[in-house]
Design a binder for this molecule. Structure first.
Ligand code: NAD
Length: 425
């Protein structure tokens, strides 16, 4: 049974079921999606500030869809439980009914979910990633007028594609002093020709796996995105000079993908050549070089293809350039399945005060609209958010950012800010 909260928002109530209106998005055999005019989109409110920022996002997205399409299109929102609220209501942090509904709905959005420390609780975010094989984490980083730590943030407009299923996150670790570490050390020295100098007796070992299949599907997604959106300069990064079997291989596999028939004539790999109309250029850049370039000449790159760990570093540095993760949306994308989410955490220190900045999840909502093919609605959100910055209005963190650079700004609550955005559509 569910309760209708607003016109098109169905809240969880002792369970979840298909609402009386709306249709599920369809996943086609080629892994593309078919979106009905009234798609059912599940949302997970999130912990901490989640109950404040998620309704703000829904208000903004609803208004944008309404302004762009009138009554011809509408999202039917359905609440699913995960995290603290799920534990409280069902005894489980990630109930099976949530997973089942997400599977039917294909595309969804969520607020931040905390992972309780020291209770042996596994991260729900990782469980969701694994359950739906969201193999690319996509983070567009662009400036919309907010206060920033650099004087010329308009130069930053880059989309980071971080591989989401591989690398040390999928690896295995052996702590110094354990029997396991000793066993692995012995094997490496005695059977694999590793030098003792690199593996002293007190060594701890982390194994970093990287697979051709996982790399190539991720690279294809990034190249397709660059071609579809007219982004020209694509970099594949890595420390291939040091980790040849993993990051070096990742870079080589990326260049192999560029040679596949799908990309013939579309991906330029000659370092001296310039990409023409309908083409992108793929370059390789060492990770530390990329970190420097993002600060010194961010305009050089439109898309960055990264492994899981490097992607983590690079996306946070890029986000910091335009004011921090609170201004950056994020999408976890697999074969058709997609889960959009705020990039920051649960922010318990400000939860319940009504002052959390809803922009990250709201821009993730706009990114979701683009994913649905509803670009006009997404554009409404982008231009309205820009206007709020022009008018110097935002949540207290934004107002404080403006004040730091000597500009007066008006601080409003989370929901008031959502309304300020809606008023500028
Ligand atoms: P955090 O992002 O929650 O907070 C860091 C600081 O940023 C805090 O001072 C907080 O008040 C501020 N902040 C964050 N979001 C804000 C917003 N929207 N508006 C205004 N200020 C904001 O990071 P943390 O403290 O490292 O993590 C807390 C919890 O969140 C942890 O349990 C972590 O696992 C989880 N987390 C979840 C996700 C996710 O669900 N995707 C991502 C990151 C962290």
């Amino acid at each position: 049974m569910q309760v209708l909260k607003e016109d098109n928002v169905y809240l969880w109530d002792k369970g979840v079921q298909k609402p009386p209106e709306g249709e599920f998005i369809k996943l086609n055999p080629d892994k593309s999606i078919s979106v009905p005019d009234k798609p059912i989109i599940p949302f997970i409110e999130g912990d901490g500030i989640g109950p404040e920022i998620t309704p703000a996002m829904i208000r903004v997205v609803n208004a944008a869809v309404d302004k762009a399409y009138g009554t011809s299109k509408k999202i039917v929102w359905v609440e699913l439980l995960a995290g603290d609220k799920a534990e409280e209501k069902t005894g489980e942090r990630l109930p099976q009914e949530t997973l089942d509904f997400l599977k039917e709905a294909i595309v969804s959005i969520k607020g931040p979910l905390g992972t309780p420390v020291g209770k042996g609780v596994r991260s729900i975010n990782s469980a969701l990633r694994r359950a739906f094989d969201f193999y690319s984490a996509v983070r567009p980083v662009y400036w919309m007028g907010q206060p920033t730590p650099i004087p010329d943030p308009h130069r930053v407009d880059v989309v980071v594609f971080r591989e989401n299923t591989d690398d040390v996150y999928a690896g295995v670790e052996f702590f110094s002093g354990t029997d396991e570490a000793k066993k692995v050390r012995d094997f490496l020295i005695k059977e694999m020709g590793a030098k003792e100098s690199g593996f002293p007796e007190d060594v701890g070992i982390t194994v970093k796996p990287m697979s051709e299949f996982k790399t190539k599907r991720h690279v294809r997604k990034a190249l397709r995105y660059a071609l579809e959106t007219g982004r020209k300069n694509v970099a594949v990064i890595g420390k291939g000079n040091i980790m040849k079997a993993t990051e070096g291989a990742f870079i080589n596999w990326a260049f192999e993908v560029a040679q596949e028939p799908e990309f013939a004539g579309k991906v330029v790999t000659d370092p001296e050549a310039e990409p023409g109309e309908g083409q992108v250029k793929l370059s390789k850049v060492i990770t530390d070089q990329m970190l420097m370039q993002l600060v010194l000449r961010p305009e050089a790159w439109d898309v960055i293809i990264a492994q899981n760990l490097n992607g983590d570093y690079v996306s946070d540095l890029a986000a910091a350039l335009i004011g921090g993760p609170g201004f950056v949306p994020s999408g976890n994308i697999g074969d058709g399945y997609a889960l959009f989410e705020s990039t920051h955490g649960t922010a318990w220190d400000i939860a319940g005060k009504g002052i959390a900045n809803p922009l990250s999840i709201t821009l993730s909502g706009a990114m979701m609209l683009e994913y649905l093919g509803w670009k006009e609605a997404a554009e409404r959100i982008y231009s309205a958010v820009k206007k709020t910055f022009e008018d110097r209005v935002g949540t207290p963190d934004v107002a404080a950012g403006f004040q730091r650079i000597g500009v007066d700004a008006k601080a409003v609550s989370t929901l008031e800010y959502a309304q300020e955005i809606v008023d500028r559509m």
